[in-house]
Design a protein around this ligand. Structure first.
Ligand code: PEP
Ligand code: MG
Length: 629
């Protein structure tokens, strides 16, 4: 038995063991001394500017480092810090404190930031409240640079400690970044939530973090061995060995011929071109879970690809994959995947029109040619899996089987060598496919869930439409229910099922998907390393518990809260899609097209675009009111 177990709130999932290192303040306390400087204000202001520039430079290097590790969202956190540092309002406040109140630069920084921190911390919006921590973090880093007393760096504080578990008041982003570099294994904090930027970074680096009731209660345990079980929400002080081992080891271990780790699920990779696999690190990867071959069709400008050319491309693919299984999805054209040499006929809603296998009815030669090229290239010992897009019903499966037979018969008739053994599967992307799944299971070898489209069709929400982006809800409990049902049915029928839509690549959803019973994930190459690292410390019972709680939720927001995912603001949700001929109506915030938009006007040298006449008039009225003396 361990000496004591403390129940805690989870900030970042995972399990780790190490020596407890308790620090009440890493940068020294914020004391608010507001000492007069005794220096000339210009000299103090110059010192402030120099140190801001130096901190901006350090943070810029951190951004580059994070980008090079493909941690773009985390890099954005630090970019936001750079903008805060460069904010003219902040500089004006510091200048005022130095000039009018004769403060030293470090006291002026504290003075300037204190009020902002208080307002943010008291906000009822949890995201704004968390930004107070960011401000505090910046103030402390800046103060450490400005301070005439030397602040001891973390590396020095932790020197000689094996596997440090850092107990600190709150998870400041700069501390997480530093700690990640200096081998810290986990965090214990007194304040903050899973929404904070520090928590986002901890999750990205797979560093478990718990919120303990108070730091004071850990004071006597400084230096003790502790187990941070942020899957179960428990901190164990001096755990005995069997208890630690039980919690640190994954619950089920599925080994694959190609993994060097024992992972609780199989990881596959999604590709759009075989060149992505040149020099690819296959460790921990089962094979290709989705090759989107329509890119071959979209690259061309004149005609469908020709068989001889394609044989060469697929041969390159199979050579790069060796004896690993390769899932080739046949051409999924239509909707947003247009080709310049085909019109797709008149259609009011291309997403409900000629898409995926529906085109094969008009152009069976398209699929037959592609299948011939794939089967010829795979001749030999390759483990080929053919995946058909958008397939919904048994009769559609039978139609495809007819074309496969024609392709095979023609190769045989021509006496060409080709791969005779292959598996065939469906990409489940529509509600009809979900309902047909029990019938399809008797026919197929495997299945994959294309959640990008499935979510679109479940909610009848176009996947690329910014104005309805908030209604596209991959976290919604009904999506989770569908995934669980499919996983249960596939397991019962002893057929392999994977998820290959974007949600499979989202590290924040990993525990949930595993808990729902998804044991194959096909993911974007850039997410592989983060997902692999997380999978090694995953505990299945905790995943199941989490999935159970999410299935019970009523809304997507509730699920996101349980997963510790910060709520997306309307502006964030839409801003990524603005640009490229689009603008935001300043009145109702709808995203509108710029081209041929009749509702547009110029106000104070700037052009605005609107969705309607009422919005245009409303804007004019407000602008006139503001302009009147
Ligand atoms: C999907 O819909 O989830 C999928 C994998 O297919 P695509 O994104 O290529 O439409
Ligand atoms: Mg799709």
């Amino acid at each position: 038995m361990s000496e004591s177990v403390i129940r805690c709130d989870v900030i970042s999932a995972g399990v780790a063991e190490g020596s407890l290192c308790l620090f009440n303040a890493l940068y020294g306390p914020m004391v608010g001394t507001a000492e007069p400087s005794g220096e000339r204000p210009e000299a103090e202001m110059n010192r402030f500017k120099e140190q801001v520039a130096s901190l901006v430079k350090d943070l810029g290097e951190t951004v580059d480092c994070l980008e090079s590790e493909s941690l773009s969202a985390e890099a954005d956190v630090i970019r936001a810090h750079i903008s805060m540092l460069q904010d003219p309002m902040f500089h004006a406040r510091v200048q005022q404190a130095i000039g009018r109140l004769s403060f030293a630069a470090d006291s002026a920084v504290e003075h300037a930031i204190e009020g902002v921190i208080r307002v943010l911390a008291e906000s009822r919006d949890p995201r704004l409240a968390e930004r107070a921590t960011d401000m505090k973090d910046l103030a402390m880093q800046l103060r450490a640079k400005l301070s005439r007393q030397k602040v001891r760096p973390l590396a020095e504080l932790l020197s000689g400690v094996r596997n440090p578990v850092l107990a600190i008041p709150e998870l400041l982003p700069s501390v997480v970044l530093n700690a990640h570099r200096h081998g810290v294994k986990a965090f214990l904090v007194e304040r903050g939530t899973a929404l904070s930027h520090g928590a986002i970074l901890a999750k990205a680096f797979v560093l478990p973090a718990l919120r303990v009731p108070t730091l004071e209660m850990l004071r006597m345990s400084h230096g003790a061995n502790v187990l941070v079980d942020a899957d179960a929400g428990e901190l164990l002080i001096e755990p005995d060995r069997s208890e630690s081992e039980g919690r640190l080891r994954p619950f089920i271990e599925v080994s694959s011929a190609h993994t060097d780790h024992l992972l609780p699920v199989r990881l596959w990779v999604n590709i759009v071109t075989p060149t992505q696999l040149e020099g690819f690190d296959w460790r921990g990867i089962e094979g290709v879970g989705l090759y989107r071959t329509e890119t071959r069709f979209m690259e061309r400008t004149d005609d469908f690809p020709r068989e001889e050319e394609e044989v060469g491309v697929y041969r390159h693919l199979f050579a790069l994959c060796g004896d690993r299984p390769v899932t080739v999805r046949t051409a999924d054209l239509g909707a947003d995947k247009a080709v310049p040499y085909m019109s797709f006929g008149p259609q009011n809603n291309p997403y409900l029109g000629l898409r995926g296998h529906r085109i094969y009815h008009f152009h069976p030669e398209l699929l037959i040619t592609q299948l011939r090229a794939i089967l010829r290239a795979a001749a030999g010992s390759h483990r080929l899996r053919l995946l058909y897009p958008m397939l919904e019903t048994v009769d559609q499966w039978q139609f495809i089987q007819g074309l496969v037979e024609q392709a095979v018969a023609s190769l045989r008739a021509e006496n060409l060598p080709f791969q005779q053994q292959f598996e065939q599967g469906v990409l489940v992307e529509t509600p009809a496919a979900v309902l047909s799944f029990p019938r399809l299971l008797g026919l197929i070898d495997f299945a994959s869930v294309g959640t990008n489209d499935l979510v679109q069709y479940l909610f009848a929400v176009e996947r690329n439409n910014a104005n309805v982006a908030k209604l596209y809800q991959p976290h919604h409990p009904i999506v989770l229910q569908v995934l669980k049902t499919l996983a249960d049915q596939a397991r019962e029928a002893d057929k392999s099922l994977s998820v290959c839509g974007e949600i499979a690549s989202d590290p924040e959803l990993l525990m949930l998907l595993v808990g729902l019973g998804i044991d194959n994930l096909s993911v974007a190459p850039k997410e592989v390393s983060v997902l692999k690292a997380r999978l090694t410390s995953l505990r299945i019972p905790a995943c199941r518990e989490l999935a159970h709680a999410c299935l019970e939720a009523q809304t997507a927001a509730e699920v996101r809260a349980k997963l510790g995912i910060r709520p997306q603001s309307a502006i964030e949700a839409t801003s990524t899609l603005v640009g490229r001929g689009q603008a935001v109506d300043p009145v109702c915030k709808m995203i509108v097209k710029i081209e041929e938009n009749p509702y547009s006007l110029v106000d104070r040298d700037r052009r605005y675009y609107f969705c309607s006449r009422p919005c245009t008039l409303q804007f004019q009225k407000e602008s006139d009111r503001e302009g009147s003396p």
